[in-house]
Design a protein around this ligand. Structure first.
Ligand code: SAM
Ligand code: DTB
Ligand code: SF4
Length: 357
């Protein structure tokens, strides 16, 4: 099948090859953007983005050695070790996130895996955030089947666990766990019926093949992750990647567009790195099919654009924050459906556009 045929009728594929991903990624930029837009509009309203707010519920001193991460206990980044945040503080942060318009609240912990008396507290956090009417997401490191089922029973909607890069580059970035460990946790999450949020980081000194490899691993999982965060490395002083060469932002946009084409029904999140990105690059990412952002002035430990800046940017682009009701795709839906219209009015004046019919 040619790329042009696939774009007309995107199917959910789990057999992407490196050669195909490479060909897509390296299309002339305008063709790539056109294809990504064409796919995006068949499944989503192109003028809506989903908004998630992050909170670090347990910061620093992580036993893992992820070379990008300011929270690893292996590096001195000036972060001090903190205990698990109190339930009330988490809930008051969640309420604030809801009041500013976020629909999903993501709680992150700097753990290899959740253990001991902290895990039941996290379950209470999930129940409490859910009761506020927010979607829930956590990222707690490795899980076993039983933990995944407990999270599901507490009302968890999404579990974030990134593959981060290709199988080949992974061991240059993390030595304290394997790619297979990552895959197994994702298996437990899927098995429990929790939506999977899994993506990666680019700008870590990886080669082009590692970017294609990451996209291939994500798309060739038994189901496409419902949410795919694409992070641009935030180079933090004290981490081994602090002086890595800066990424070409056009490649970042290409990564988003290629993810959009390969995983047509997934939410593709323009994730870490927006603080160092121009508004224009972000606009290109939305054109490329990104339809989710982290919203709020902090990611886990580093800065993100503040809400006011984002409100202005989205308004300049005519993009609306997506409302909660339509933002949780049902788990395990792998068939294509629907088609989104283009805007068909201008200041209340209706106009006809062939693409809208
Ligand atoms: N400890 C858990 C884990 O590793 O799964 C959860 C928290 S961890 C901080 C979540 C994700 O944040 C990582 O998988 C990585 O993709 C992303 N991340 C961490 N530091 C980053 C950085 N400096 N720049 C971009 N993304 C980063
Ligand atoms: C994801 O893919 N990116 C978020 C979230 N999932 C947990 C985290 C980004 C962290 C950036 C570095 C920091 O703020 O500590
Ligand atoms: Fe720990 Fe997660 Fe950071 Fe790795 S990315 S050091 S596991 S908090």
């Amino acid at each position: 099948m040619s790329i042009a045929d696939y774009i007309q009728n995107p199917t959910i594929r789990h057999d992407w090859t490196m050669a195909e991903v490479q060909a897509l990624f390296n299309l002339p930029f305008n063709d790539l953007m056109f294809y990504a837009q064409s796919v995006h509009r068949q499944f989503f309203n192109p003028n809506e983005v989903q908004t998630s707010t992050l909170l670090s519920i347990k910061t620093g001193a992580c036993p893992e050695d992820c070379a990008y991460c300011p929270q690893s206990g292996h590096y001195n980044t000036g972060l001090s070790k903190e205990q698990l945040m109190a339930l009330e503080e988490v809930l008051s942060n969640a309420q604030k996130a809801k009041d500013t318009g976020a629909t999903r609240f993501c709680m992150g912990a700097a753990w290899r895996s959740p253990r001991g008396k902290d895990f039941p507290v996290v379950l209470e956090m999930i129940k409490g955030v859910k009761a506020l009417g927010l979607e829930t997401c956590v990222t707690l490191g490795m899980l076993n089947d039983e933990q995944a089922q407990q999270l599901k029973a507490a009302g968890l909607d999404y579990y974030n666990h990134n593959l981060d890069t290709s199988q080949e580059y992974y061991e240059k970035i993390i030595t304290t766990r394997t790619y297979q460990d990552r895959m197994e946790t994702l298996e437990s999450v899927r098995g429990a019926g929790i939506n999977v949020c899994s993506g990666g980081i680019i700008g870590m000194g990886e080669q082009a093949n590692d970017r294609y490899g990451l996209l291939m691993e994500l798309a060739n999982m038994p189901e496409h992750p419902q949410s795919v965060p694409i992070n641009m490395l935030v180079a933090v002083a004290g981490t081994p990647l602090e002086n890595v060469e800066k990424l070409d932002e056009i490649d970042f946009v290409r990564m988003i567009a290629t993810a959009r084409i390969m995983m047509p029904k997934s939410y593709v999140r323009l994730s870490a790195g927006r603080e160092n990105m121009s508004d224009e690059t972000q606009a290109l990412c939305f054109m490329a099919g990104a339809n989710s952002i982290f919203y709020g002035e902090k990611l886990l430990t580093t800065a993100n654009p503040d809400e006011n800046h984002d409100r202005i940017l989205l308004s300049r682009l005519g993009i609306q924050p997506e409302q909660a009701a339509s933002s949780a795709p049902s788990h395990a839906t792998d068939s294509a459906s629907g088609s989104a219209p283009v805007s068909d009015s201008f200041n209340g004046v209706k106009f006809t556009n062939a693409a809208a019919s």
